[in-house]
Design a binder for this molecule. Structure first.
Ligand code: HEM
Length: 401
């Protein structure tokens, strides 16, 4: 125990975020904590608070003046390689980056991206399905987001190859907690972001069609956005936008492999897939949570949290809070309020890329179901760890059509 903890009786050790986990154990622990200790403290990673109840988490998300992200936006705090907008900035500094990025995730933009993304999905899934299956994470989910970004950023073939290679390695290394490889590939991702910017400076595209050109053309109070912040933004988009779809898709396919009734129902009725995606996002929220820091002392659920103490908002627990979602552990396609889920956060930092995340998942389900007669679980599943939740390895046996 550190000196600070031994002096301060508030800083109890209520749960262990590093405990080894099965497919169901984390959600069971969170259900217990919601009852017995909804505002908890852990001594891991130099100590942090964690909120488990939906209402507490939503109140924090709605008060971005008190609960800021610029000190720490995730527990544990990762090695600081520079401020990366928009996540690491508080409003109003945060606003110009969102203003530049938001137009790239409209329904219209997603409809334009869809055919290319569908083709990527097909090209990656086809050999996997023809081979009769394998580990869907190694063969598909670690790869898809990088391929999608190559398209989103309109990359030339060299850069496109590089982003696909590095993101595939980074995604797996991060989920396996292979710290040396994460560091190495993280620096490579910065290089890639630098190359994307250099390419767009040399050959700008239409700022309405290309996010990098738009960031370079953006003006805030009459001035361009600083170069290092544009670099940070591109790097942030790639990393935040990579992990969640990758983790969640493996989980969804495993769930469907174990529930053949739902699998055939979705295969027969693909129009139900968008609703299923929402319910899967609620039930298997892939970012367990992000963090905030209070800029003054606050009391939540009767516990005093002091200024500057990190607070993890456990979205994966909020989304199974029985006070908001009755029978929270059940997958229910008719759940009336599934859109109250905080899988994408809420407030100023609510996920900018949510429409692209939803699209990647929907297209995967459509193509996987269309191209198979059935698929089944086929071996040991491995789980990723805090701050993500989901599968790291999912062997499937696949029957092609
Ligand atoms: C299943 C897919 C996804 C999930 C579940 C997800 C989840 C989240 C969550 C929970 C946040 C809020 C962070 C906070 O509260 O501090 C967030 C923010 C963010 N996400 Fe996503 N995300 C997904 C896909 C994507 C994609 C595909 C992109 C990029 C194309 C993306 C880019 C971002 C960015 C840039 C932010 C920071 C926004 C800000 O600070 O204003 N995400 N995401």
């Amino acid at each position: 125990m550190t000196e600070k903890q031994s002096r301060d009786p508030r800083l109890t050790d209520d749960f262990d975020p590093q405990a080894s986990e099965t497919f169901t154990s984390a959600h069971e622990t969170y259900a217990d904590l919601r009852k017995s200790c909804p505002v908890a403290h852990s001594n891991e990673w130099n100590g942090f608070w964690a909120l488990f109840k939906y209402d507490d988490i939503v109140s924090v998300l709605k008060d971005s003046k008190t609960f800021i992200t610029s000190v720490q936006n995730v527990v544990p705090k990762v090695a600081f390689t520079g401020r990366r907008p928009p996540l690491h900035l508080d409003p109003p500094e945060h606003t110009p980056y969102r203003r530049a990025l938001n137009p790239f995730f409209t329904n219209e933009k997603m409809a334009k991206l869809e055919p290319a993304l569908r083709q990527i999905t097909i090209d990656l899934l086809d050999p996997y399905i023809r081979a009769g299956g394998g580990d869907i994470c190694a063969d598909y989910t670690h790869r898809l987001p990088g391929y999608a970004f190559a398209e989103f950023f309109h990359l030339t073939s060299d850069l496109s190859m590089k982003i696909k290679e590095v993101t595939t390695i980074y995604d797996k290394a991060l989920q396996e907690a292979n710290d040396d490889l994460v560091k190495e590939t993280s620096l490579q991702l910065y290089e890639i972001a630098r190359d994307i910017i250099a390419e767009r400076k040399a050959r700008p595209l239409d700022p309405k069609d290309d996010p990098t050109t738009a960031l370079l053309a953006a003006r805030h109070e009459g001035k361009p956005l600083p170069d290092d912040m544009i670099l940070g933004t591109i790097r942030q988009l790639i990393v935040v936008g990579m992990i969640a779809p990758s983790v969640l898709i493996g989980t969804i396919l495993l769930y469907l492999a174990k529930d053949q009734t739902l699998q055939s129902r979705l295969r027969r009725n693909p129009d139900l897939i968008p609703k299923a995606v929402e319910e899967f996002l609620r039930l298997y929220t892939p970012y367990r949570g992000f963090a905030r820091t209070a800029n003054k002392d606050v009391t939540i659920g009767g516990r005093l949290i002091k200024k500057d103490e990190p607070i993890a908002l456990v979205y994966a627990s909020a989304n199974r809070d029985e006070a908001v979602f009755p029978n929270p552990d059940e997958f229910d396609l008719d759940r009336p309020n599934m859109k109250d889920s905080v899988a994408f956060g809420l407030g100023p930092h609510q996920c900018v890329g949510a429409p692209m995340g939803r699209l990647e998942i929907r297209l995967t389900l459509e193509e996987m179901l269309r191209r198979t007669k059935r698929f089944d679980a086929d071996g040991e599943v491995k789980m990723t760890r805090w701050p993500e939740w989901g599968t790291l390895s999912v062997p499937l046996k696949v029957e092609p059509v």
